[in-house]
Design a protein around this ligand. Structure first.
Ligand code: PEP
Ligand code: MN
Length: 360
């Protein structure tokens, strides 16, 4: 699949002078809840109302969605407010029911995108549709799996396509529920510049007080839209309570967001610079992560030296490391001076770590 200029047509058809906004609860809970939220989102920047009907839960026993009955509530909400309706579909049966109930937008969830069989089944069920289909990134940070899903949909002649960046699972603790790994979404955007890219700050952050910040980051990176979980009573939501905001908080978030014009020369500069800075920030975090890992090994070396009563400083070994790194560094365009300075600092830190262990 190549970039296709027509990919963005469905988005331009909205004729918005701001990014596309999709909002609504994580899950449809009751008819009353759906209607109340939809009414509050009418006459705002929101164009599409979202609600999960079938909920993929990590563990059984949680609320797994109200099922097909919820589609009727969405039809009512649409008739009353004029908002387009979006639901998550995870198999052909979901697609069939969603189409029968005239749902306008179908999104494929992160747990489904990881499974090529499921995405293919959905693509086949949607073959040639004129509905809008949005593909969330897979749970794991794998750009080709995400692109693969997109290709399955594109090959099924689905023309109104977009992708949603909702962050990625990691085993490490971070401040996010799902690590954004902005670089992956930027790579997607560079490969398909005309493919609408939507950020899901709710699932990235998992916390309502971080939604503003991540939404702004997405707009600074020239995303086309945002999908934000919105509930009339977030604390008592049946799923994802911590990350949902009220309709009035959502309106405040939009009021405070700085939306950049695409055409301005200065904006082009800012946008490109932001992309580059995001990449630098990610590299810097990785450097620290690697250094932290290296020092953990140094601690183990310290413990072994203590056990065997061996001296910390092993000059021969240190010279060998330095020579090897100078030669590898020069192949990567890094100067000898820089490598010497860098590795002296790393070596010193490593000695300090070992010193602590030996003297403990
Ligand atoms: C959702 O949007 O409610 C959802 C389940 O999201 P994800 O697939 O990103 O986890
Ligand atoms: Mn959710």
């Amino acid at each position: 699949m190549k970039n296709d200029k027509n990919l963005k047509n469905w988005l331009t058809d909205f004729q918005l002078d701001h990014p596309l906004v999709i909002a609504g609860p994580c899950s449809a809970e009751t008819e009353e809840q759906v209607l109340k939220i939809a009414r509050e989102l009418k006459d705002s920047d929101v164009s599409i109302f979202r609600a999960g009907i079938w909920k993929p839960r990590t563990r059984p026993g949680g609320f797994e969605g109200v099922g097909a009955i919820g589609l009727k509530w969405l039809q009512k909400a649409k008739a009353e407010t004029g908002l387009l309706m979006a639901v998550e579909v995870a198999n052909a049966a979901h697609v069939k029911l969603a189409l029968e109930h005239d749902i306008d937008v179908l999104w494929i969830g992160a747990r489904t995108t990881v499974n090529p069989f499921a995405v293919q089944e959905i693509a086949d069920a949607l073959e040639g549709t004129d509905k809008i289909v949005l593909l969330k990134n897979p749970v794991n940070p794998d750009l080709s799996l995400w692109i693969g899903g997109l290709e399955r949909l594109y090959n099924a002649n689905i023309k109104k396509l977009g992708v949603i960046h909702r962050g990625f699972s990691t085993y490490e603790k971070t401040k996010y529920r799902n690590n954004p790994e902005w670089q992956i979404a930027i790579d997607m955007q560079n490969k398909f510049p005309d493919l609408p890219l939507i950020c899901d700050p709710s699932h990235i952050t998992g916390k309502r007080d971080m939604i503003q910040e991540v939404s702004q980051q997405a707009l600074d990176l020239n995303y086309d839209g945002l999908i934000i979980e919105t509930h009339i009573d977030p604390d008592n939501a049946w799923s994802d309570a911590a990350q949902q905001v009220t309709p009035s908080v959502l309106k405040q978030i939009f009021h405070d967001l700085r939306v950049r014009k695409e055409t301005d020369e200065a904006d082009d500069y800012t946008m490109r610079m932001n992309k580059l800075r995001t990449q630098i920030d990610e590299f810097d975090s990785k450097i620290l992560e690697i250094l932290g890992g290296r020092m953990k090994i140094a601690n183990q070396i310290g413990a072994l030296k203590k056990e065997k009563n061996v001296a910390i400083l092993q000059n021969k070994r240190w010279q060998e490391i330095l020579d090897k790194m100078i030669s590898e560094g020069s192949q990567k365009g890094l100067s000898e001076d820089f490598i010497v300075q860098l590795f002296k600092a790393i070596h010193q830190e490593s000695i300090d770590h070992q010193e602590k262990i030996i003297n403990s």
